[in-house]
Write a protein that binds this ligand. Structure first.
Ligand code: FAD
Length: 346
């Protein structure tokens, strides 16, 4: 079998690069072994404001300009619904936070998103003595459904093998890579935390951050916006809400933990008072980096091997931009933004 590209891993990174290939008429084969699930469990939120400090997220506005049409196009292609517009209501803890909100509303990068007033309305079952700050033009991508539908589409078109990519079976020659029965021009590695097993790129400094989420059923919490306090409480339909997320830099497993669950319950009960039932408890490992920038680029020695990883806590917004940068570099010889290029670690 001969293809232009082999892609290893079909999370948000692999999907974004694969779509770029399809848009440019390139052939490819994906390998996916379900060893990681960050993209499947993700909250899927996109939001250009850091809600702790009310500051802009790095490059978020330009990333959204690419990301929103990207998900729209996938909706058309796969005939599915993935992008849900959801406002965010940030619960204020104090008068000082209210004041900080108004100051931030004037920042040019934030004015389109932050509403310059305090929402004083009382919502049943929510503790919010100082009211809320409202963010608009934000939303969530149903990443699980998107990846399921995309995998089905790739299976129907014989473009995916549901198996592990074995690094020791890869032979990288000057203008070609050989992998078992496949010949390709290039391999793009998109394994998330699976990077640790990749002998070509595991020299890169990945700081994995495990995250856990609860899914609760709360029929009396009648809100259609995301509540952000000690945790986020995100409506996903049918009176179900995602509650998250924890950060753990020590535990490298994808297993939901007792400690994670207790932490989420404790924090949840500082912001809602209504009854709820836990329906599910899920966990995944975010592929983060120390400088909080992605890992994008071509191997320093093997010019036909490249990486798209390090999407951290914001894969939904970053993946389409980072995939474009990598594609343009490989196919058009453009330079990758030095902030995300892996050359910064040489
Ligand atoms: C709890 C939690 C909440 C989050 N919430 C948000 C959010 O609200 N918004 C947001 O933007 N981001 C969020 N994130 C972060 C987001 O999930 C990540 O940025 C993104 O999913 C990373 O995508 P990825 O494709 O790089 O990695 P992954 O999703 O880990 O995908 C890597 C893929 O490679 C496969 N793989 C690995 N090794 C091999 C191999 N050898 N052979 C074949 N396949 C292989 C794995 O099975 C996996 O499918 C959250 C993450 C977590 C854990």
């Amino acid at each position: 079998m001969q293809v232009d590209y082999i892609i290893v891993g079909l999370g948000l990174a692999g999907l974004a690069f694969t779509k770029e290939l399809e848009d440019h008429g390139k052939s490819f084969l994906v390998f996916e072994d379900e060893s990681q699930n960050s993209s499947i469990v993700a909250g899927g939120m996109y939001n250009p404001v850091i809600l702790k400090r009310f500051t802009p997220v790095w490059n978020a506005v330009s990333q959204l300009e690419i990301a929103l049409p990207f998900y729209k196009e996938l909706e058309h292609k796969l005939n599915g619904k993935y992008d849900y517009s959801v406002d965010i209501y940030r619960i204020f803890k104090s008068i000082e936070e209210q004041n900080n909100w108004f100051v931030a509303c004037d920042k040019p990068k934030l004015t389109n998103y932050m509403v310059p007033e305090i929402v004083q309305e009382r919502y049943k079952g929510i503790i919010a003595d100082f009211g809320y700050g409202k963010l608009q033009e934000t939303g969530r991508i149903d990443t699980k459904k998107l990846l399921e539908d995309y995998t089905t589409y790739l299976n129907e078109n014989d473009k995916i093998r549901n198996e592990s990519f074995e690094y020791n079976a890869l032979i990288s020659e000057e203008n070609i890579v050989k992998y078992k029965d496949v010949r390709a021009s290039k391999v793009i590695f998109c394994e998330g935390f699976g990077l640790k097993k990749n002998p070509y790129f595991n020299y890169l400094p990945m700081q994995e951050a495990k995250g856990e989420l609860l899914i609760i059923h709360a029929p009396n919490l009648k809100v259609d916006f995301l509540i952000k306090a000690a945790v986020f409480v995100m409506p996903i339909g049918n009176d179900l809400y995602k509650v998250g997320a924890t950060f753990n830099w020590k535990d490298k497993t994808m297993n939901p933990s007792k400690e994670g669950k207790l932490e989420l319950i404790e924090k949840l009960e500082t912001c809602i008072t209504c009854s709820y039932k836990i329906i599910d408890h899920i966990a995944g490992i975010r592929p983060t980096t120390k400088d909080r920038r992605p890992l994008v680029g071509i191997h320093p020695k093997h010019k036909n091997l490249a990486i798209l990883n390090g999407l951290g806590t914001r894969g939904v917004m970053i993946a389409p931009t980072a995939a474009k940068e990598l594609f343009n570099s490989l196919e058009k010889g453009t330079e990758i933004d030095s902030e995300i290029s892996i050359d910064r670690f040489q």
